[in-house]
Design a protein around this ligand. Structure first.
Ligand code: NAD
Length: 379
């Protein structure tokens, strides 16, 4: 298979990032676009010069085409489950936008389907593919931090503006608020940095302090949290403290971070407010000469200094891993297990917040039998 033939479902902002990713890949060609808004699909086809791509208003018609090997699903959360299952049933490889699904039940249904499909299935956790994430992961694999036993991670937005509309603020369609929208990224990224230990218990709180602000700025039928925080214990003894908010009183517009504490060193990815900082902290010297050393890998090429470079590069990277996985018949870097583990934690945070109790995650699920990145894909 020299060139993979790709269909995109949903051509909004994330769909366009996937299109750019495939266009930068030598082994993929976009042959179809599907969106309920066919006019938008036509505009995107023209804007991105996706010459010859066929347009479908109904994604099921697109899936029936034998001319398509793989699809990217970039539609609202409540459509992830049905679309992913339909695509796997149609024999397509699937790259699905985050989160895996808007409910845990739906996520488990997808996992069962993936297990019997013999197709490559990947979750689009693009934050893993930002250049700063890639550099930090390499450092971790070289042992710079030692054993990472504790992490703090989050994605918080300032209180001065709220711009999300439609399904985002409706739990029935989104699955939740900033936790499932933004927290999902930082939880996945941090678990990945830590080597993907399995979560064993979760204690969480959620807050609804800005529902009026969300309504006043156009949010319809708002019933999701505006801030969530959690304490997650892992099967290797590690702990993650997580927070996510769409509206909170912080200085910056966005505070996006993952801070790792290891036995040999620490590291902090610090994004937002226009900066992309990565700092690695180790202690050098002996006895009285012991001192803290901070290194900051630079991204000082012309390209890296361009606004949005890290973000845009991340979509190229996630698409490249998906395409390579299909060509090499191997599991992608972000497997169904990773997507489902993250979803299990998010679901447990909401359940813990409601019950006021810690939630135990140690029951076996379909994910426990799921494959590792790089393993061969088998039916
Ligand atoms: N990784 C990231 O950085 C990132 C950023 C934004 C959104 N997302 C994820 O992408 C997904 C979509 O987000 P969004 O809704 O804000 O994107 P969007 O609104 O920009 O685009 C969604 C597109 O899906 C289309 N669509 C809706 N129903 C459809 C259907 N039945 N068939 C075909 N097309 C359909 C819409 O017309 C729209 O063009 C969400 O799951 C979100 O979590 C990821």
């Amino acid at each position: 298979m020299d060139t993979l033939r790709i269909g995109i479902i949903g051509v909004g902002w994330p769909g366009q990032r996937h299109i750019e990713g495939y266009q930068k890949n030598d082994h993929a060609q976009i042959v179809a676009l599907s969106d309920v808004n066919t006019e938008a699909a036509e505009n995107v086809r023209a804007e991105y010069n996706v010459d010859g791509a066929k347009i479908y208003g109904d994604y099921k018609e697109m899936l029936a085409s034998l001319e398509i090997d793989a699809v990217s699903i970039c539609t609202p959360n409540f459509l992830h489950g049905p679309m992913a299952i339909d695509a796997l049933d149609a024999g397509k490889h699937v790259l699905l936008e985050k989160p895996l699904a808007h409910t845990l039940e739906e996520g488990e249904r997808i996992a069962e389907k993936v297990a019997s499909s013999g197709r490559v299935f990947s979750i689009a956790f693009n934050n893993r593919h930002r250049p700063d994430s890639v550099v930090l992961k390499q450092q971790i694999e070289q042992g710079t931090l030692g054993d990472i036993y504790y992490a703090k991670a989050g994605w918080l937005r300032g209180a001065s503006s709220f711009f999300l509309r439609g399904w985002f603020t409706q739990k029935e369609r989104s699955g939740g608020g900033p936790l499932i929208d933004l927290g999902v990224h930082m939880l996945d990224l941090t678990l990945w940095f830590m080597g993907n230990p399995r979560p064993v218990s979760v204690s969480g709180s959620v807050y609804h302090k800005f529902t009026d602000v969300m309504r006043e700025s156009g949010g319809e039928n708002v019933n999701v949290e505006d801030l969530a925080t959690a304490f997650v214990k892992l099967d290797n003894g590690g702990t993650i403290v997580l927070d996510a908010s769409w509206l909170s009183h912080i200085e910056q517009g966005d505070l996006v971070y993952s801070q790792l504490f290891g036995t040999k060193g620490g590291a902090k990815i610090d994004r937002g407010g226009g900066k992309d900082d990565l700092r690695i902290t180790t202690v050098g010297g002996e006895g009285a000469a012991r001192s803290t050393m901070v290194t900051s890998p630079t991204f000082n090429t012309w390209a890296a200094q361009q606004p949005g470079f890290m973000l845009y590069e991340s979509f190229r990277g996630e698409v490249a891993d998906f395409v390579d996985s299909i060509r090499e018949n191997r599991q992608p870097g972000s497997t169904i297990t990773h997507g489902l583990d993250v979803l299990r934690v998010l679901d447990a945070i909401y359940r813990s917040a409601e019950s006021g109790r810690e939630v135990d995650l140690r029951q076996p699920t379909p994910a426990d039998a799921a494959p590792e990145p790089g393993e061969a894909v088998t039916v």
